[in-house]
Design a protein around this ligand. Sequence first.
Ligand code: UD1
Ligand code: MG
Length: 457
Amino acid sequence: MKKSAIAAVVLAAGRASRMKTQVSKVMHPIAGRSTIDYVMTAAAALKPELTVVVVGKGMDDLVQAVAPHRTALQSPPLGTGHAVMAAKKALAGFKGDVVVIFGDTPFLGADTLRRVMAAKRRKPAPAVVVLGFRHETPGSYARLVLGRDGTLEQIVEARDADAETLKLDLCNSGVVAVEKDLLFSLLHRISPKNAQGEYYLTDIVGLARRDGRTCVAVEGPAEELLGINSRADLAAAEAVAQNRLRAQAMAGGATLVDPASVYFSHDTKLGRDVTVHPHVVFGPGVTIADGVTILSFSHIEGATVATGARIGPFARLRPGAAIGEDAHVGNFVEIKAAKLGKGAKANHLAYIGDSEVGAAANIGAGTITCNYDGFAKHRTEIGAGAFIGSNAALVAPVRIGARAIVGAGSVISSDIPDDAIAMTRAPLKMLAGGAKRFRAGRAKGGAKRPKTTKTKR
Ligand code: UD1
Ligand code: MG
């Protein structure tokens, strides 16, 4: 027999009053990826015929984030049951099972969702399948009330529960699977007569039971089913995500000297034998090849680092940084949209932006590529084997030839050919014995104080 089709309805229109946010709460990132993105990926694993995301008024960022999936507007948000009703029109042409997923449950796993759908398809088919989880301190989660036969009798929201019900530890995750027509006929009958004055999706279980239908609860892992309702929940979710990413990095062959102090992005890629020292932060879009060492207090984002390179301590790699094999980027060096060739070194205090640095070039302490003139960004090219002396300012657009040497303290504003030496320096003034004479004069009280220049106001 052909499996019935699945439509996913993801709820994300809530007011998020506990989060106190101007943007939709499901847009808040966890390890650099929006909460809703995790949920959409889990939903996609069911290969639904269509996915409808229920959004609130003004949530344009969310509509964009879930495109090309359809969205349905719920305005004003009057509860989770009311939110599913808002998706009715978008589901008009669909026949089959609807699985409702809450947009604030980012760690929901694909396998867990598949177990829910498997339970829905078991014969005789239950009317409603709800995904639950056990929690030692269930707090504000709704409780699943099971009958003697183990089937699900009712879902009671914590705020409507009596003391006995609150003692139950089986919680509602929010995931519900119901055949579409049955879902909407049940939803038409729910009322907002409850502590929060909302249309609860959870009420469909009690209604189905009263009609003599069977409802079942599937138990899932609690760590997958934490809902994000407040900033504290968001921080707890971040901690969960970070611990997973740290474990993944180590399982993949990277050494994290102090895992708890390293922060990853969901997409950080580390090769084998990479060593990450304490207090390193990876933003989105980072790929680190094998054998790279990253020393403490480095911040790396949108960058690639090739085999054997050494980064930090205190290095900052910004988007578009591409560090070549065995290259070194040292303390207080910032690199943006720039390539560093094989074996090139920028070891101390430098800014390299919109540049290409050739292999084995040496960038001295304090070198600045002056890439911005207040209007546009310009490029700097530094040839292979070039030597840039300390405190040089390279005024872009400019090209320093291969093997050229730039003297310390120079301001270079025109191209320097290969193998040339270039320097710009104010002439040196030197008074032999001058310091001695000055001190002697001061000691006698004879020398005048240096004059201060007064400016007219
Ligand atoms: C909800 C459930 C609760 C469950 C918990 C699991 C209800 C009534 N409560 O409570 O049983 O234990 O999740 O995490 O279902 N939303 C809308 N429109 C609305 C209201 C909410 O789209 O009018 C969306 C929210 O954006 C959110 C999701 O539905 O993504 C859940 O809403 P939320 O307010 O977080 O409900 P909880 O109090 O967490
Ligand atoms: Mg919630």
